[in-house]
Write a protein that binds this ligand. Structure first.
Ligand SMILES: O=C(O)CCC(=O)C(=O)O
Length: 270
């Protein structure tokens, strides 16, 4: 578990590196499974696409809900260590999965993930207090496009996409009129070892630059919901087809598995 000082650090900064969850071999097995999903050998994920669009010469492969395509990724979203740490950071007894998301930046042609907050992309759930567990399936370094964070930015409230833009050097280009006065926008690299986790709050501004290196950058984020997250329809979202509860109700059901209920919940028990 995290120490009280670490929890305080997360609450102050909006992100926190965590322990190694997987051995080298375990992470490698997941990385191979990721490639099998990308090659179409394992099917059932919600979506597989190039986030930058088919006409771009840069590539960020995104797979949403690998857990539905593969038993090891299903075990991953239930991983006891991850779920216990997420529950601690969200200060909740119950943890559900909103969705998972692989972002894979292939060597040399891997493109940027622009500065953004997550929750504005999730207009059908409230409140904005989810926590994501981002696990690197190979070393994520400054050279191959590790995540970068703006410390403390989760305290600035939700903003529309682009309020902090991204220039060609991956520097933030803030629209200061729309942001609180007196803030400091500092970008901090967050290198993560293969198999290690890093957590971030759903309002923390973050992104990741191009991968010009010889090494791919595979990683999976699981977006965890605390027990009180509700379905509040707003703009459309790809997960909405799977919602089986009424507006205003707790977002639960087979597509949003409960993975922690005062302790671990086994695969298939949700
Ligand atoms: O994997 C990346 O580089 C970006 C992932 C991300 O934006 C997220 O997990 O919220």
């Amino acid at each position: 578990m995290f120490t009280p000082e670490e929890v305080e650090q997360f609450n102050r900064d909006g992100y926190l590196p965590g322990p190694r969850i997987y051995t080298e071999d375990e992470a490698e097995t997941l990385r191979v499974r990721m490639h099998e999903i990308l090659r179409g050998k394992r099917t059932g994920a919600e979506s597989v696409r190039n986030l930058l669009g088919d006409v771009s010469d840069r590539v960020v492969y995104q797979i949403v809900n690998s857990w539905e395509a593969d038993d090891l990724f299903n075990a991953h979203i239930h991983n006891e260590k991850l779920c216990a740490l997420a529950a601690q950071l969200m200060n909740t007894d119950t943890v559900r999965v909103w969705h998972d998301q692989i972002q894979y930046k292939p060597s040399l042609v891997g493109g940027p993930t622009d500065w953004h907050q997550d929750h504005p992309y999730w207009p059908i759930i409230q409140p904005a207090d989810l926590v994501s567990a981002w696990v690197a399936l190979d070393d994520a370094t400054e050279a191959n496009g590790c995540m970068w964070m703006v410390p403390g930015s989760h305290h600035w409230g939700p903003h529309k996409n682009g309020t902090i833009g991204t220039d060609d050097n991956f520097d933030p280009t803030p629209d200061l009129e729309d942001l609180p006065e007196g803030i400091e926008i500092r970008k901090v690299p967050c290198p993560v070892k293969r198999g290690q986790v890093m957590f971030h709050h759903c309002l923390t501004w973050h992104g990741s630059p191009d991968n010009h290196s010889e090494h791919g950058r595979p990683a999976i984020a699981v977006h965890y919901m605390p027990g009180h997250t509700r379905y509040e329809p707003g703009d459309s979202h790809i997960m909405e087809d799977r919602v089986e509860v009424a507006p205003g109700e707790i977002l639960a059901g087979k597509y949003f598995p409960t993975v922690w209920e005062k302790g671990p919940v086994a695969v298939g028990q949700t």
